[in-house]
Design a protein around this ligand. Sequence first.
Ligand SMILES: *Cc1c(COP(=O)(O)O)cnc(C)c1O
Length: 370
Amino acid sequence: MNTYKLLTPGPLTTTDTVKREMLVDRCTWDDDYKAVTQEIRRRLLELAQVTDRDYTAVLMQGSGTFGVESVLTSVVGETDKVLICSNGAYGERMTAICARARIPFLHYAQRYDRTPDAAHVAALLEARPEITHVAMVHSETTSGILNDIESMGKAVQAAGRTFIVDAMSSFAGVEIPVETWGVDFLVSSANKCIQGVPGFSFIVCRRDKLIASEGKARSLSLDLYDQWKSMEADGKWRFTSPTHAVLAFARALKELEAEGGVAERHRRYAANNRLLIRRMEQLGFATYVDAASQGPIITTFFYPDGVRFAFREFYDYIKARGYAIYPGKLTERETFRIGNIGEIYPEDIEKLAGIIADFLAEQQKEAAAV
Ligand SMILES: *Cc1c(COP(=O)(O)O)cnc(C)c1O
């Protein structure tokens, strides 16, 4: 089998030691297994910089979207209204979730290359008392832009509303002091910056607000409160849990700690990202997001100007040499994306830059030959 590293926002390249954890089958009813779940929940609170007194963590089967859907459909009541601030596909997905579940919502759509504005939201909350919740993405993986959830959280908290954050592609790759920033529900998943494998999402919840949501859920399997109630008792998942993914995740958490925690992981990702952008700019590629709002996770690049450029060819050429990149997700311009999270180091970025330089040189040679 041809193997290659993933320069994508998840699933991403994991260590061999994380993958090896999945060679053992576990019994979900067993005390050892339930203890693993409890240890994961405890560690997640530490990473979120919150205490067990005010916050609690819930693990939920499925990919990240299932976690976002679980929160929106479980905590926003029938007489509530959620303001969704979007600047990309993942923010828009929250509106799709609400529309499908008939959850009352209001949509504040920002341009994809701009971050949602906290002052605008503060004014909206002042003018519209019926808004009870505000939801937003932290790292918009659509473009790679990093949104300012700190300012937004403060505005939402000052207005006495509940703040829901999709921190899928940022949690553990960017420091998020959840309580200090006024976040009430934070969603992320196993296969992003903690560097586990896909299979479940997790939600860090303000305890009193989670408890207040009892009975509001519109779905049985995604009922956040019920899932928590069962886990809180003894670490038991309500329905079959992704045992192999859970064990891999527990290992990934230990490796995160060994690396030096979120601060060190952030340093590595940011170094990868700066190097990537520098090398790509040297090769003539421009970024979609301004340097000031560019996040350290994934970068959107425009197709090069003035030359023939076929993404499929570019992708295949790079993949054959050991790396998988990502297509763009913008509608108005032709772009592609390169992620730099997972088990990726500056030497990978240097290798990738060399492969791309070779590709461009071969294309030039071909163009000169015709
Ligand atoms: C990955 C991701 C999700 C979840 O996507 P899934 O395909 O369901 O895992 C949600 N939001 C953001 C910002 C993401 O990067």
